[in-house]
Design a protein around this ligand. Structure first.
Ligand code: 13P
Ligand code: SF4
Length: 313
């Protein structure tokens, strides 16, 4: 190990100890999304996909939650639990996909299709959730759409997830939004095919935010938590992973004997990586940044989120 590596390791351990002390002193809970940096996932009390984290915060007995993820996730946690203090360590950690749907545009779409139900992927702003009938995550989108009595559904904002749901629920007419995840769109069919050529024994698994031509090569499609579960119970030993590289931490931890390949170097969500140990320590120390949502928006958005939790109970 070089001097620099030794220094980095010591500094990491120092910050992790500091965070754990602060967590104990303040009686906080640390939750982290599966895309967070390894060193954050290592010390989180709970790691998971966006659905699991929303549930975990709701079930937690702690009143102070450090949410290592992006803003829409912390907002959902607040909307479901306004009595708790939800901290997002980096205020700028947003999600470009969430910003691709606006209330004004959604209202126009609703005027165009007054008979349609609005299903809103949780990767959206609180205001857009407030304009929707029900929310979904990548782990329950198919069941949520199936549960509706309306035949027409406006699906915001991710067109790739919407298209994937449409294929599984052909009895519904899905009106798709032109939104997409900038990170998952970077994965092309060529990336997948060339990685499969290099590793013909590997199974390609993918997140439904990937392009249609990418998903057609996947042996398994699911949320980050579903992918982790699939790999654990699969008899296969080698996987090509079609989602943000942060997921590799848990895949390797749970399956040290298995091999994982990332088909492109571009598979990195800059927003998810903004949260560092230093920012997390600061967040716990100063109790920042407190995420809140105005009451009138939170009240309506809670209905859409709670309805999702009922469908997937
Ligand atoms: P999951 O709900 O599958 O964790 O995904 C969230 C996300 O932001 C995917 O890009
Ligand atoms: Fe948003 Fe995509 Fe990052 Fe997920 S991976 S948080 S959808 S930008």
């Amino acid at each position: 190990m070089t001097n620099k590596e030794q220094f980095d390791r010591k500094y990491k351990e120092h910050l992790q100890r500091k965070i754990l002390e602060l967590k104990k002193k303040k009686g906080a809970l640390i939750v982290a999304h599966n895309y967070q940096r390894d060193e954050i996932q290592e010390i989180a009390d709970i790691t998971g996909d966006s659905f699991a984290l929303a549930r975990a915060v709701t079930e937690a007995e702690q009143g102070l939650i450090a949410f290592c993820g992006v803003k829409f996730m912390a907002e959902s946690a607040y909307i479901l639990n306004p009595e708790k203090t939800i901290l997002l360590p980096v205020e700028e950690a947003g999600c470009p996909l969430a910003d691709m749907a606006t209330v004004e545009k959604l209202r126009k779409k609703k005027d165009e299709y007054p008979e349609a139900a609005v299903v809103c992927y949780v990767n959206s702003t609180a205001a857009v959730k407030a304009e929707s009938d029900i929310c979904c995550t990548s782990s329950n989108a198919i069941n949520v759409v199936r549960s509706l009595k309306e035949e027409k559904v406006i699906f915001v904002p991710d067109k790739n997830l919407g298209r994937y749901v449409r294929e599984h629920v052909p009895e519904k007419e899905l009106i798709l939004w032109d939104g997409y995840c900038v990170v998952h769109m970077r994965l092309t069919e060529e990336h997948v095919l060339s990685t499969l050529e290099l590793h013909p024994e590997a199974e390609f698994i993918a997140h439904p935010e990937c392009r249609k031509e990418v998903l057609k090569h996947a042996g398994f499609v699911g949320s980050t938590a579903a992918m982790i579960k699939h790999v654990k119970k699969s008899p296969k030993n080698e996987f090509i992973v079609g989602t943000e590289r942060g997921i590799i931490y848990k895949l390797k931890r749970d399956n040290p004997e298995k091999t994982f390949h990332i088909p492109t170097d571009q598979f990195i969500c800059a927003n998810m990586k903004l949260t560092t140990l230093g920012w997390l320590a600061r967040a716990l120390e100063k109790e920042v940044y407190r995420i809140t949502v105005p009451d009138e928006i939170a009240f309506k958005a809670k209905k859409a989120l709670s309805r999702m939790l009922e469908v997937t109970a």
